[in-house]
Structures are given as structure tokens and as C-alpha cells.
Design a protein around this ligand. Structure first.
Ligand code: ADP
Ligand code: MG
Length: 336
């Protein structure tokens, strides 16, 4: 076979496979764009596990009428201009890939306004058809994604049942809301409200919205410092555990991390207080000097490499043990 260049649509669909692996990835990209646009309230509407509809609405800066097509172009971004800008990146996005990728594998419609006068733009991007018109719209952006993977049957086939896709979306929104307590998040599943955070900048209020007042009321506040490690967050009691790790959340320097080794180190600190096959609940922010970390720059990756990991894990375990000890001792004194 001779070498030839892929046509634009095929190339876009292939590239989309990197970013848009499932509905929760779409939610992540759209919400991160809303955060980058300085939204203070973000509403997420999901139908059929995101397979038929994902809609994210924000009250952020909006997109100018002239710029809407560019937002959907591959490498179209307002966030960086040169490689040097990456060194002081203050946004979650910068690749200009997400909207282009999402539009390559679904039907998208955006309503947006960057103005105060109520004048906005509607733009729809469906396969080869694009339409744009001026509409009345308050400042902010609403992006509707329908029929995800309608034109990529191999991907469509791999989508799970709505409940399973919902579970991934819920966790994604939980993570995003915990890392942004200053933003109010609302999540609706098939028309009914699943969670809503107040956006008042207090992690405890977010956790109460996510897990319920009653549960969170019994958690221990975790603050600990032992150079170079700093911990803060909330730890559940060793006597109120779960059968899986769905209620464990670890952030390193405000970035959500999924590294089971870290979860295990924390569980080790609970030690014999835990019953077999039971997992404690926790939300833990770990702070480390950035020179001790290698964070994979790919936005979807939740992996991290800590230099001298075994020492780090020992410090972590020690820190958690101390937090548990001081809290549980205090409770004994109170007669628990
Ligand atoms: P990136 O986030 O990497 O810049 P995206 O494809 O996610 O790339 O978005 C492209 C551009 O569209 C962004 O740089 C931004 O200018 C604009 N944009 C996307 N979503 C929003 C939003 N919710 N509010 C305002 N602007 C947005
Ligand atoms: Mg983005």
C-alpha cells in the first residue's frame, strides 16, 4: 500500500479516541473548560448514563461569536500561545483538543455568550453540518453532547450499562467538586437531582453534600505536618467502613490521583482496627514540594511518581497513624 495522509475526519476520530474514552471523560473535559472560564456555578445534566445526552452549563466567561468555530477546531485554544506559556500554566486545559474530539464522535450544540447585554451565539456541529446564529443568552456557556459514539460503532459497543456509566460520572463530579469547593456543582441524572454543592469554599460543606451530613459528622479532621509532607482532609472511622474503595479520594497538590499503593498505605495505618476486606472512607489532600513529584502532563492521567516512594509511603502511613491516634484517644476521653 502507498502512503497517504488520512482525511481530516478520520484523523479527528482517531485523535478523539485518546481523550473521549467514555461519557465521564466528556463530563471531565466540559467541566474543566467551565472551571477555566472562571465559572462559579456548573450544572451537569445526564441522560442514559451520558449515552444519549450530556449537558454542561456554566456561568463563566463565554465564547465570542467570532471564536466559536475556532473553539471546535483541532488545536484551537485561548489558553496558551507558546511552549513557554506551559511553564506558568494556570488552566486545566491547553491542548485545544477536547471540543474538537467530542464533536468528532457526537452531535454537539453550544449556546454561549461572553457579553453583558444578553446577546449570545448558538452553534451546532453535527457531522458535516455546522450552523451558527445569534440568540438571546445570558453570560456563560451551555454545551450539549448527544449520541456519543454514534459514528464510531467500535466505541459504542464498549459503552457499559447506564448505571455503570453513571457511576463513573458521579465519581468524576465528586472529584471535581472536592477539588473546587469554591464552585457550586449540580448533577442531575435522568432529570432528578443527584448532588448539589454550595460553592462556598469549604471542603467540609462539599463532603456533606456528597456523602450526607450524618456520615460526615463522624469523620475525623486530618491535619498533619512532617517536612516535607503535609496532610489535610477527613478520615472516616475504622468502625464505619465499606466493602470497596469507592469512598476513598486522594489528591496530591490539588490533583486527583489514582494510585492504589497510596490507598493501601493509608489503610495500613488503620491496621488491626479494620476488619478483613473492609475499607475506610477518606478524602485526603497530600502536599509535597513539586520537585519530589513527576506528574504525567497528560490531562486525563491520574498517575504520579513520587521520588523515593518507599520513604514517602512510610511518612504517609506514619502521618495517618498519628492523626488516627490523636483523634481516637480524644474520643475515648469523651467516653466513646
Ligand atoms: P482547551 O481547553 O485545551 O483550550 P478545548 O477544546 O477544551 O481546549 O476548548 C477550546 C477553547 O474553547 C478553549 O480554549 C476556550 O477558549 C473555549 N471554551 C471551551 N469551553 C468553554 C466554556 N465553557 N466557557 C468559555 N470558553 C470555553
Ligand atoms: Mg479544555
Amino acid at each position: 500500500m502507498r502512503i497517504q495522509l488520512l482525511d481530516e475526519q478520520t484523523a479527528a476520530k482517531i485523535a478523539a479516541g485518546e481523550v473521549v474514552v467514555d461519557p465521564s471523560a466528556v463530563v471531565k473535559e466540559l467541566v474543566e473548560n467551565a472551571i477555566d472560564a472562571k465559572a462559579t456555578a456548573i450544572t451537569i445534566n445526564i441522560e442514559d448514563g451520558g449515552k444519549s445526552k450530556i449537558e454542561v452549563t456554566d456561568n463563566g466567561l463565554g465564547i465570542d461569536f467570532e471564536d466559536v468555530e475556532l473553539a471546535f477546531a483541532r488545536h484551537g485554544t485561548s489558553k496558551i500561545q507558546t511552549m513557554e506559556d506551559l511553564d506558568q500554566l494556570e488552566t486545566l486545559g491547553f491542548r485545544g483538543e477536547a471540543l474538537a474530539s467530542i464533536a468528532a464522535v457526537s452531535r454537539v450544540r453550544v449556546k454561549t455568550s461572553s457579553r453583558k447585554d444578553g446577546l449570545g451565539t448558538m452553534y451546532s456541529h453535527r457531522g458535516n453540518h455546522q450552523e451558527k446564529e445569534a440568540i438571546a443568552w445570558a453570560r456563560g456557556t451551555s454545551i450539549l453532547v448527544e449520541d456519543l459514539f454514534y459514528n464510531t460503532p467500535a466505541r459504542l459497543k464498549h459503552l457499559k450499562k447506564s448505571n455503570d456509566e453513571n457511576r463513573k460520572i458521579i465519581r468524576m463530579v465528586q472529584v471535581l467538586s472536592m477539588s473546587h469547593p469554591e464552585i457550586s456543582f449540580g448533577l442531575f441524572l435522568d432529570g432528578s437531582s443527584y448532588m448539589k454543592t454550595p460553592g462556598r469554599g469549604d471542603l467540609l460543606l462539599v463532603l456533606q453534600s456528597v456523602f450526607g451530613n450524618q456520615q460526615v459528622g463522624r469523620w475525623m479532621e486530618a491535619t498533619y505536618e512532617n517536612e516535607p509532607l503535609q496532610l489535610n482532609g477527613y478520615l472516616g472511622s475504622p468502625y464505619e467502613t465499606k466493602r470497596n474503595r469507592d469512598h476513598q479520594f486522594i489528591f496530591i497538590n490539588n490533583r486527583y490521583i489514582s494510585e492504589t499503593r497510596f490507598n493501601k498505605a493509608i489503610e495500613d495505618a488503620y491496621g488491626s482496627m479494620l476488619m478483613i476486606n473492609q475499607h475506610p472512607v477518606f478524602v485526603l489532600n497530600i502536599h509535597l514540594p513539586s520537585h519530589m513529584l513527576d506528574v504525567n502532563i497528560h490531562p486525563a492521567k491520574t498517575k504520579v511518581q513520587v521520588h523515593n516512594e518507599s520513604l514517602f509511603l512510610l511518612l504517609l502511613k506514619d502521618g495517618i497513624r498519628q492523626i488516627l491516634r490523636s483523634n481516637l484517644d480524644a474520643k475515648k476521653v469523651e467516653g466513646m
